[in-house]
Write a protein that binds this ligand. Structure first.
Ligand code: DGP
Length: 115
């Protein structure tokens, strides 16, 4: 699926709006969240536009796996001994940007259950 010119994350992929990019390859881009909820709060996104993780799983399980692989690599590079990975799917779950993105959170204790 092509990039969506109205999507803020597609604009980040293209470099049309700035972001603090921490990792990039052919399939994924990772950048610091604008509103961090933990010392490490990185968003890992596919370089194709798709609205959420469920749709991404249908289109490309390979890219979905690459997202988790990138998150694991970033966490390892930062020496995080524990971290959380979250896909919010749907407004009722807190999704506000409809380009699939994995939240990588770490660097502090993380309570369970989540809010
Ligand atoms: P979600 O609520 O799961 O859809 O998460 C969207 C996240 O995206 C939220 O934590 C804030 C972040 N975000 C929104 N706009 C921007 C942006 O322009 N730049 C960056 N770096 N993060 C953004």
């Amino acid at each position: 699926m092509a990039l969506d010119p109205t999507c803020i994350f597609c604009k980040i992929i293209q470099g049309d709006i700035p972001a603090d990019i921490v990792y990039r390859d052919e399939s994924v881009v990772a950048f610091n969240d604008l509103n961090p909820q933990a010392p490490t709060h990185v968003l890992v996104i596919p370089t194709i536009h798709t609205p959420n993780a469920s749709e991404l799983a249908k289109i490309s399980p390979t890219i979905l796996a690459a997202i988790f692989s990138a998150a694991s690599s970033i966490a390892g590079d930062r020496g995080l001994d524990g971290y959380r990975t979250v896909f919010n799917t749907g407004e009722s779950a807190g999704q506000s940007v409809f380009h699939a993105h994995l939240h990588l959170l770490g660097g502090r204790g993380l309570a369970w259950p989540p809010g």
